[in-house]
Design a protein around this ligand. Structure first.
Ligand SMILES: Cc1cc2nc3c(=O)[nH]c(=O)nc-3n(C[C@H](O)[C@H](O)[C@H](O)COP(=O)(O)O)c2cc1C
Length: 359
């Protein structure tokens, strides 16, 4: 299925697997790419010194082009930018939030790498295009990870009207009906996180996957600011509730504890940790709360996703998990989505012909 997105990214299907910390690891990215989609490696959760090896692992496991996601305020931002540029032959696109400045974006573009930020608001889409974005991914509020409050059905047409670059729809997609709808809106493809988390190539622990598959009510996958000060969606559990009930000083103490432990695990010196805090405080998202609480996130998410601790860990998720009740391989998922989208588009074009007054 060809769209402007497949032409730009060099993939067979207009289906993007988005970056998810500790989930979008080389096996998932390579499986997506082998299946004809376009996978993004989650770079923001790669510890210093390991970037090159992860990029090589994707390159060795598939033949196609892929993408890398990163944040400007991660401790090894310079390392990851350098590695991406060094692998420009295979890395076709980078994704980010409100991260790199115009000069960094220009370096990517000069190397032939497409800049494809994810935005959750119209003004951020406009700003990203002004800074040089080639493609915009629009994530509606039902999406997983850090997310806004405007649903995809409203945000997508708003952004399509506001920018003149190709737009990819994200937030709540899981099947071919969604792809057909996104294309009908005028988007050039879909991007999915949660649906790819629930594939057989996902590194998430079995017990945790069971919780995602069992969750059947979208309202049980809710937004909280209690983890890192920014709105983020999680499957409701004892840990989300515990964090919400904590006093501000207790939350700060827990955050410092988690930050130190995560820094040690990632081999960061105290100086590097201080620099990370400073960079994050100066970033666009850097409210004081977001900065001091951010260290809560990695340890608790790793505990939930990788160690299978579904009570004391956190389970980031889009609301769409409530509509998914089985794991699929990336191959079956992407081919099924394309087949179903074609069928929907076919059915619609017949409907139009049959109902046309002179048809
Ligand atoms: C478990 C999980 C982890 C995520 N981690 C990141 C991340 O590290 N960086 C990022 O830019 N987005 C992250 N996201 C957001 C996704 O990249 C994507 O935009 C979102 O999941 C799309 O919505 P959907 O889940 O409804 O498909 C994460 C989402 C999930 C579910």
């Amino acid at each position: 299925m060809k769209t402007p997105l497949t032409a730009l990214l060099g993939c067979a299907a207009p289906v993007v697997q988005t970056a998810m910390g500790w989930v979008a690891e080389p096996p998932l990215v390579a499986a997506t790419t082998r299946a004809g989609g376009f996978g993004f490696l989650a770079g923001a959760s790669i510890p210093p010194g390991e970037v090159e090896a992860k990029i090589r692992a994707v390159e060795e496991a598939c033949d196609g082009l892929f993408g890398v996601n990163f944040h400007m305020f991660q401790p090894n931002a310079d390392e990851i930018i350098g590695a991406i540029l060094a692998h420009a032959g295979r890395i076709r696109a980078v994704s980010y939030g409100r991260g790199p400045d115009a000069a960094t974006i220009a370096r990517f573009k000069a190397a032939g790498i497409l800049c494809m930020p994810t935005v959750g608001a119209v003004k951020h889409a406009v700003k990203a295009v002004e800074l040089g974005a080639d493609i915009i991914t629009v994530q509606g509020g039902e999406g997983g990870g850090h997310t806004g409050s405007v649903p995809t059905s409203l945000l997508l047409p708003q952004v399509l009207d506001a920018v003149d670059v190709p737009v990819v729809a994200a937030g709540g997609f899981h099947d071919g009906r969604g792809l057909a709808a996104a294309l009908a809106w005028g988007a050039t493809g879909i991007a999915m996180g949660t649906r790819f988390l629930l594939t057989t190539e996902s590194p998430v622990a079995r017990d945790t996957l069971e919780v995602y598959l069992r969750t059947g009510n979208p309202q049980d996958i809710r937004i909280t600011r209690a983890v890192d000060g920014l709105p983020q969606r999680f499957i409701d559990n004892a840990e989300v509730q515990r964090l919400e009930l904590m006093s501000a000083p207790a939350r700060l103490a827990a955050s410092l504890r988690h930050g130190l432990a995560y820094g040690r695990q990632s081999d960061m010196s105290l100086g590097q940790m201080a620099r990370l805090l400073w960079r994050s405080a100066r970033s666009d998202d850097g409210s004081f709360a977001a900065t001091v609480m951010a260290p809560n996130l990695p340890r608790l998410v790793q505990r939930g996703l990788l160690r299978g601790d579904t009570k004391a860990g956190l389970l980031p998720s889009g609301q769409v998990a409530a509509l998914i009740d089985e794991l699929q391989s990336c191959e079956d998922l992407i081919s099924g989505i394309v087949t179903e989208a074609r069928a929907r588009i076919d059915a619609l074009s017949h409907l139009t012909t049959a109902e046309a007054p002179n048809g």
